[in-house]
Write a protein that binds this ligand. Structure first.
Ligand code: ZN
Length: 339
């Protein structure tokens, strides 16, 4: 679920709850409500549609998260309301008690939402959703509800299983391993890569013009590694060549990776595993002494062992990684000291 959709659900459920309370007490909420939200794009969308005089165009129902936004708009319109935007996280710059009431309430709501999100982090997400009362049509495919970019997502759902089957065969994974991979993260990483598309596709699917391949159709090209003279150079050698010159980029890669991770919310023990796993992989030997890592990360290590640490370079991470990514760092540190 996108964060935009999650926030829209939050807004809808709260408005619905308040409206039902007023209905129960047979009161009119019109003048009693004041609604504030820190998601600017959601606020703008809802207010724009609410104020619109013309009828909705049919293709506007294809906009992302239309189903939830439509439910919000129906409620907001019937009670003649609009939603006000307030800047989020204002307590980062000022003491909370010095902020206006709406900003204080926003900070409190944010904390409660984070608490609820963490509590449900390890739950399996239901990908098939219930149809909302004012949404006459809902698209389900392969047990997934498509709520945005219908055409693109349908195409992806139709093609993905065959592609995954092909990747599985090429990677030579034992049965069941492909189900442990976060394919959504894989797709995002490939799509968002700043490298040229052609290179990324060739690299990920092992189609780079490495020595062993080019030599087959242009025999005048050498199949040897120009640095260490290993014969029939392939992608694996490209990554694991032990020549000192080639090792330089590996050190730089790991350093930059650690720095990039430090800028995110990934906890330190996870960064250490990522760097360790890649370090050993690039030096072409298996990670040793994995028991020194925290207990609650052992499953992650075991799953990535099955997938292969080299697969991290092709954007194939264990699903367990995504589930753990936002768990409390203190929890991780604690189990390390206990372990
Ligand atoms: Zn070499």
């Amino acid at each position: 679920m996108t964060s935009h959709r999650a926030e829209a659900f939050g807004m809808w459920s709260l408005i619905l709850f308040i409206v039902r309370i007023f209905e129960y007490h047979k009161e009119d909420p019109t003048d009693a409500l004041s609604m504030v939200c820190d998601n600017e794009s959601l606020v703008n969308t809802v207010n724009k549609i609410t104020k619109r005089k013309r009828k909705e165009f049919p293709d506007e129902t294809l906009e992302a998260d239309w189903d939830v936004i439509n439910e919000i708009v129906m409620l907001v319109k019937s009670y003649d309301q609009s939603i006000e935007w307030v800047r989020g996280h204002q307590d980062k710059a000022k003491k909370r008690e010095d902020l206006p009431l709406k900003a204080q309430l926003n900070c409190e709501a944010d904390e409660l939402a984070e608490e609820a999100q963490l509590a449900r982090m390890m739950e399996q997400l239901k990908r098939k959703m219930t149809r909302h009362p004012n949404n006459p049509i809902q698209v389900h495919a392969r047990n997934v509800t498509i709520t945005a970019k219908v055409k693109r997502n349908l195409r992806r759902l139709a093609k993905a299983p065959k592609l995954i089957e092909h990747i599985e065969k090429k990677a030579d994974w034992p049965e069941g391993v492909s189900h442990t991979i976060d394919w959504e993260a894989h797709r995002t990483l490939i799509t968002n890569s700043e490298l040229p598309n052609k290179f990324v596709t060739k690299f990920v699917h092992n189609m780079l013009p490495t020595g062993n391949r080019v030599h087959l159709y242009k025999t005048y090209y050498d199949h040897q590694c120009p640095s260490c003279f290993t014969e029939q150079v392939d992608r694996r050698h490209l990554l694991t060549c032990l020549d000192p010159e080639r090792r330089k980029w590996k050190g730089k890669l790991l350093k930059e990776l650690r720095e990039a991770c430090d800028r995110t919310d990934v906890c330190q023990p996870m960064i250490q595993i990522l760097v360790d796993g890649l370090y050993h992989e690039l030096d072409d030997y298996q990670m040793e002494n994995t028991t020194s890592h925290p207990d609650n990360l052992q499953q992650l290590i075991a799953e990535q062992n099955n997938i292969g640490w080299d697969q991290l370079l092709y954007g194939r991470f264990t699903l367990y990684n995504g589930k753990l990514r936002n768990t409390d760092i203190s929890l991780t540190e604690k189990s390390k000291s206990q372990g």
